[in-house]
Design a protein around this ligand. Structure first.
Ligand code: FPP
Length: 292
């Protein structure tokens, strides 16, 4: 490990090789530009909340499949994309709540490889929303110690979105609070392929023997390497079908029965007046509990 201090400005003029930096073990200091610094100072600090479950039952890693937006909007008589705008409010509420009760990681499945099949106008709208979200939420994420990361093939995202994403990742890289992980252009098959290619390259170079590929070695080559295993998976549409990639994870999920109701009620109570929350409560029958 060396201790070279590298200073990254929040608008780096030169792209630095992050991989090389990480390998070198160099300390990276981020200097915020004046505008961002002022925004961070003004951003709300999240008060701590009492976790809704005893520590041994608290999920360390919660994942949310952000679906049902279009159906919700259609039911309300709005255009489908209005559901996506409402979804951003839920993202903010869920992030705050997870940060406040010390969930370690929150993964949001925001854009799958399948989503490229949607109409161009919807895709453009989604990326505009994502970009706006990254810029607008950055000060609050920084102020509350959130580390933003991403999984999926982000190289295929539009350049302006990629720039804001990577900048937010760089600026929050050393934060120790909630790991907010955005799954963008994420696909189960892509993830397995990526992991397989990495492992094959290590085997080909003689660094790994085929019989040394254990479950944990495999996991360490997934996009989610280093994150705690998934404990709780929520589909905001209230459906139970899972993406292929998550079927495996489902088998591993701890069972949250009464407790998951308590956790979800607490999570959604924060935003009980919000449409996405209400939809979920209705569909899961939690509305009664919240009204009690
Ligand atoms: C699924 O709803 C939702 C999406 C494909 C996109 C979700 C992404 C955003 C709201 C962009 C912003 C992202 C972040 C992380 C801030 P759907 O259209 O499939 O609805 P349906 O299931 O009713 O068809």
């Amino acid at each position: 490990m060396n201790s070279t201090a590298i200073i990254l400005f929040s608008r780096p003029a030169v792209q630095l090789n992050e991989g090389a930096l990480q390998k070198s073990g160099a300390a990276v200091f981020v200097l915020l530009d004046t505008k961002l610094k002022a925004q961070v100072e003004k951003a709300p600090r999240w008060p701590l909340l009492k976790p809704p479950l005893p520590p041994e039952r608290m999920p360390r890693h919660v994942a949310i499949i952000m679906d049902g937006n279009g159906r919700w909007a259609t039911r309300q008589g709005f255009v489908r994309i209005r559901g996506h705008s409402a979804g951003v409010d839920s993202v903010r509420a869920a992030t705050r709540y997870c940060g406040q009760v010390h969930v370690q990681a929150l993964t949001l499945y925001a854009f799958s490889t399948e989503n490229w099949k949607r109409p161009q106008t919807e895709i453009r709208f989604l990326f505009r929303l994502l970009k706006r979200y990254l810029v607008a939420e950055r000060p609050e994420l920084i102020a509350n110690g959130v580390r933003l990361t991403s999984i999926g093939n982000t190289r295929a995202l539009p350049d302006d979105v990629k720039d804001e994403l990577h900048l937010t990742e760089q600026l929050t890289a050393s934060n120790k609070g909630l790991n907010l992980c955005l799954a963008l252009n994420y696909g189960a098959h892509d993830e397995i392929l990526h992991s397989t290619q990495l492992l094959a390259a290590r085997v080909a170079s003689g660094k790994l023997k085929p019989d040394e590929i254990t479950e944990s070695v495999f996991e360490n080559h997934l996009f989610t390497a280093g994150m705690p295993g998934l404990d709780l998976l929520i589909r905001t549409a209230g459906e139970t079908a899972l993406l292929t990639a998550l079927r495996e994870a489902q088998a591993e999920l701890q069972e949250y029965r009464e407790e998951d109701t308590a956790l979800l009620r607490a999570m959604w109570a924060m935003q009980a007046d919000h449409a996405v929350a209400l939809r979920r409560e209705e569909e899961r029958g939690y509305a009664k509990g919240l009204a009690d």
